[in-house]
Design a protein around this ligand. Structure first.
Ligand SMILES: C[S@@+](CC[C@H](N)C(=O)[O-])C[C@H]1O[C@@H](n2cnc3c(N)ncnc32)[C@H](O)[C@@H]1O
Ligand code: SF4
Length: 264
């Protein structure tokens, strides 16, 4: 099954201190959606369709426009959401008729409860919330089990002392949950991934990586679906080339080991 990630726009109702995105006032147009719909409906394929933003639930009307024009039962849906727009989330689930797979992460609002039984939680680790993670780790493991992961903020430099504390957390997790991913700074700094996904930005561009709107590999109005094979680092300028070569294509670099949908 092919993965299709749609960035409906980069507006957001939160402003997480670690967020890599610029929250500009943009929104996918009906023309771009019509093209996506045409391409999805053209063949017999089923897609894993991942709803992405910004905060995708701010674009519920546009999400419904898409859902009303494709065969909902034929495709899988998932969403990355900050989990604050509960009414919109409820409406989406009602429309789909099942508990949508969802990825939530720690936000300033501090509500870490599951949205439904298919919630996964990713803790974005920063210097300022390391202590919070240490305190709440048992609770996370109890609530989420293997559906929990930790990503270190891509943009931070970590001292050896902090790295040691992360090691301790990792060892504790892996005692009982060896499958849980802990993406440590050395790895995240490069973020090469083997993501195999069609990534469509709100303006119709196909992206190599959803984190970088400038890495354009085509456009929906001129090209058929293009699958991103992102084995290269988007923060290449930050690091040495030989680091990229060493890290790419190792097991740890695989974009995601679990489920049908790749979250990177
Ligand atoms: C940009 S958000 C969009 C979806 C939604 N608003 C959310 O927060 O889940 C996509 C994912 O990127 C993660 N993210 C944002 N900035 C990050 C950073 N600096 N390092 C690691 N992950 C980051 C978020 O936690 C979230 O899981
Ligand atoms: S909720 Fe998501 S998109 Fe919004 S600021 Fe936080 S990480 Fe960024």
């Amino acid at each position: 099954m092919q993965n299709l990630k749609i960035i409906f726009g980069t507006k957001c109702n939160l402003n997480c201190d670690y967020c890599y995105q610029k929250h500009e006032n943009n929104e996918i147009s009906q023309e771009v959606l019509d093209k996506i719909i045409e391409k999805i409906n053209k063949n017999n394929e089923s897609y894993n369709i991942h709803l992405f933003g910004g905060e995708p639930l701010l674009y519920l009307e546009k999400i419904f426009y898409l859902l009303d024009r494709i065969d909902i039962k034929k495709h899988n849906f998932s969403i990355s959401t900050n989990g604050t727009l509960i009414n919109e989330f409820g409406k989406l689930e009602e429309k789909l008729g099942y508990p949508i797979q969802n990825l939530i992460s720690n936000k300033s609002i501090g509500n870490y409860e599951k949205l439904n039984k298919n919630s996964q939680f990713r803790f974005i680790l920063t210097k300022s919330n390391l202590e919070e993670l240490e305190r709440k780790l048992d609770w996370f493991l109890e609530q989420y089990g293997n559906d929990f992961s930790i990503y270190c903020n891509f943009y931070e430099e970590w001292s050896q002392d902090l790295l040691n504390r992360i090691e301790v957390i990792e060892r504790k997790i892996h005692l009982n949950y060896p499958r849980i991913r802990v993406l440590k700074p050395l790895i995240t700094k490069g973020t090469p991934c083997n993501c195999r996904s069609i990534i469509i930005n709100w303006n119709g561009d196909y992206l190599k990586c959803h984190r970088d709107p400038n890495k354009v590999i085509g456009n929906i109005f001129t090209d058929e679906f293009i699958v991103s094979k992102n084995t290269e680092c988007i923060f290449k300028d930050d690091i040495q080339n030989n680091f990229i070569r060493t890290m790419s294509n190792t097991e740890e670099m695989a974009c995601c080991d679990y489920d049908a949908v790749f979250y990177c």
